[in-house]
Design a protein around this ligand. Structure first.
Ligand code: XBP
Ligand code: MG
Length: 253
């Protein structure tokens, strides 16, 4: 079994960019206002709702848990789909306005991986248009062999479906991948798919359980902006391909 690093799989929200607090959450609130609803998800409350991956699933969870007596003006599925369509429109506007930036080290690592001909993919719960907009704005769609997003699989994270889908498409052994994630849902999903995972935490996820991660850091770091190691065996200031390769043999297969 080779420990050679052959593929990197990136989560999007919270990993490539901190999109939730000032992106998705604001887009949801603008969609609710446009639909004439007085719902407003605060920064703190949205953190509670992030337990559910998937924007449509998150709206349904919100209604079932917090507004059980709400009667939608049409059948629930169509109502949620309508709200989510509005939300995605607002999210794309926010993204295109430059509100959201890539996290430290993400573009540097991706460009290094490209030079080294490491195969790269996206595995995200967010909707495909959101991924395309982010990658087109800051990176390049062509750099990713597979872009697996949103409803392309029947079950969203923490189910392993999205990572199984990517590994199957990439035609590489699971043990030769490393996954970059930010949340417990994402870590659980990747781990269930037999993939080794590095977690870069953010404000919403820093207190979650990452005991199954190969390494937990504040972010990928930059030479002039060192990352903070939260758990695991790494002493550098930033994660580059050499650091990722050094992690491979020490992770339980
Ligand atoms: C994060 C999610 C997504 C976004 C909202 O995805 O759970 O649902 O919060 O996007 P990941 P949508 O961390 O896997 O990138 O409204 O398009 O679902
Ligand atoms: Mg994420």
């Amino acid at each position: 079994m080779s420990d050679r690093l052959q593929g990197l799989i990136f989560d999007v929200d919270g990993t490539l960019a901190n999109t939730e607090r000032d992106g998705h959450r604001v887009a949801f609130n603008r969609a609710f206002a446009e639909a004439g609803l007085d719902w407003n998800w605060s920064v703190k409350f949205y953190g509670e709702l992030l337990v559910v991956s998937g924007g449509k699933e998150r709206i349904k969870y919100f209604l079932q848990r917090y507004l059980p007596n709400f009667h939608p003006p049409q059948n629930l599925i169509d109502f949620v789909a309508h709200l989510h369509k509005l939300k995605t429109k607002h999210y794309l506007e926010l993204l295109r306005s430059g509100t959201i930036q890539l996290r430290p080290g993400t573009k540097r690592l991706i460009e290094e991986a490209r030079q080294a001909r490491i195969a790269m993919a996206i595995a995200t719960t967010t909707s495909f248009p959101n991924v395309v907009a982010l990658l087109e704005k800051y990176l390049d769609l062509d750099w990713f062999e597979v872009i697996a997003a949103g409803d392309i699989v029947p079950a969203k994270k923490p189910a392993p479906d999205i990572f199984y889908y990517v590994v199957e498409k990439m035609k590489l052994p699971p043990e030769n991948f490393l996954v970059l994630e930010d949340s417990d849902n994402g870590l659980e999903s990747a781990t269930a798919a037999g993939l080794k995972t590095i977690v870069t935490v953010n404000n919403y996820t820093e207190n979650q359980d990452f005991s199954q991660a190969a390494l937990v850091v504040s972010d990928l770091g930059e030479p002039e902006q060192p990352c903070r190691v939260i758990r695991g065996n790494f002493e550098g200031d930033y994660l580059d391909l050499a650091s990722l390769r050094s992690l491979l043999p020490f992770i339980e297969h």
